[in-house]
Design a protein around this ligand. Structure first.
Ligand SMILES: Cc1cc2nc3c(=O)[nH]c(=O)nc-3n(C[C@H](O)[C@H](O)[C@H](O)COP(=O)(O)O)c2cc1C
Length: 194
């Protein structure tokens, strides 16, 4: 099983990276193959809104590092999307990633996306400074619904709160919980190699 993480944060050693890496660690310990992409290492431009992707089957015409993610998504079973809350919403990096999915994941709007009409699985992993877990619930529910319209099955929505006080590296319970969620994503191979 292949699971990929996307860290929609510029902070390579930040909270979002920590969380996505713990989820992936749990998945690996249960037998998954994993890889991750962090926005700090990528040059991904915003969607131009040119609609070229909907006029033929060329995909997105912006040839930047998003092409690596499109390619990786082809053989990924589950995407873990790490989204820090900035100003009450997903980070700008998360929004850029989401908009660029329009070139592949909107089969309702383009006949060229037939192959991509296959449902893919996603984990929306939010994190925030505020300790109140309900504070952004309407936004998070709305975002989950939006991913469903892009033909994603939303598997889990872990929300890590209270990150404005103390270091995430000291939260041992959190590490355990995240690894457990990551491990629980792994479905045993029905046809293991003999
Ligand atoms: C520009 C900016 C805006 C933020 N806005 C919010 C916010 O509206 N609500 C909140 O609870 N936390 C907010 N935070 C805190 C982040 O959600 C939190 O620190 C997160 O874990 C940062 O992840 P990172 O280390 O990957 O950047 C904000 C942080 C930044 C840098």
């Amino acid at each position: 099983m292949n699971i990929m993480g996307i860290i929609a944060s510029q902070q390579r050693e930040g909270n979002t990276a920590f969380i996505v890496n713990k989820l992936l660690e749990g998945a690996r310990e249960n037998g998954a193959q994993t890889q991750s992409f962090c926005f700090s290492d990528l040059d991904i431009k915003p969607c131009r809104g040119c609609w070229a992707c909907h006029k033929n089957d060329q995909g997105c015409v912006i040839k930047d590092d998003m092409q690596k993610i499109y390619n990786a998504m082809e053989y990924t079973d589950i995407i873990i999307l790490g989204l820090p809350i900035y100003m009450g919403q997903m980070s700008a990096q998360g929004k850029i990633f989401t908009d660029r999915l329009f070139a592949q994941r909107s089969p309702r709007f383009s006949p060229f996306f037939k192959d991509n009409a296959v449902k893919r699985q996603i984990v929306l992993s939010f994190n925030q400074g505020n300790p109140n877990a309900d504070l952004f619930k309407p936004y998070i529910d709305y975002t989950s619904q939006m991913f469903k319209t892009l033909e994603f099955e939303v598997k889990e929505i872990p929300v890590v709160t209270g990150l404005r006080s103390g270091s995430i590296y000291d939260r041992k319970d959190l590490c355990r919980d995240l690894k457990k969620i990551g491990s629980g994503l792994v479905v045993p191979d029905k046809n293991p190699a003999a």
